[in-house]
Design a protein around this ligand. Structure first.
Ligand SMILES: [Zn+2]
Length: 98
């Protein structure tokens, strides 16, 4: 057969949301993007309920569209990415159950 279709696992970091397909067959130890060894473990969940203060600190009162201050922006973005990753993972499991 000249070609064949194969199924591969796509891994997704629960911390930064980075998704990747490993060339090796064993479980990746760290996220290739943010290097966290906890790529398969979500932070406190749900993020918005357990850490409301952290999220608000990164947001200006005027509105969500305005640029947040430098301090706290990374944390807010990280939380957003983590939450987004969880949502995507949930969606993926719904559409492609094991
Ligand atoms: Zn990552």
């Amino acid at each position: 057969m000249g070609k064949r279709r194969i199924m591969v696992w796509e891994y997704q970091c629960e911390r930064c949301g980075h998704a990747w397909v490993p060339r090796l067959t064993f479980e990746p130890k760290i996220c290739p993007s943010c290097k966290t060894p906890y790529w398969d473990r979500a932070r406190h969940f749900p993020v918005s309920e357990t850490r409301p203060a952290a999220k608000e600190r990164g947001r200006p009162r005027q509105g969500e569209a305005a640029a947040p201050p430098a301090r706290g922006e990374d944390e807010a973005a990280e939380l957003d990415a983590a939450f987004d990753a969880i949502q995507r993972e949930t969606e993926r499991r719904k559409t492609a159950p094991d």
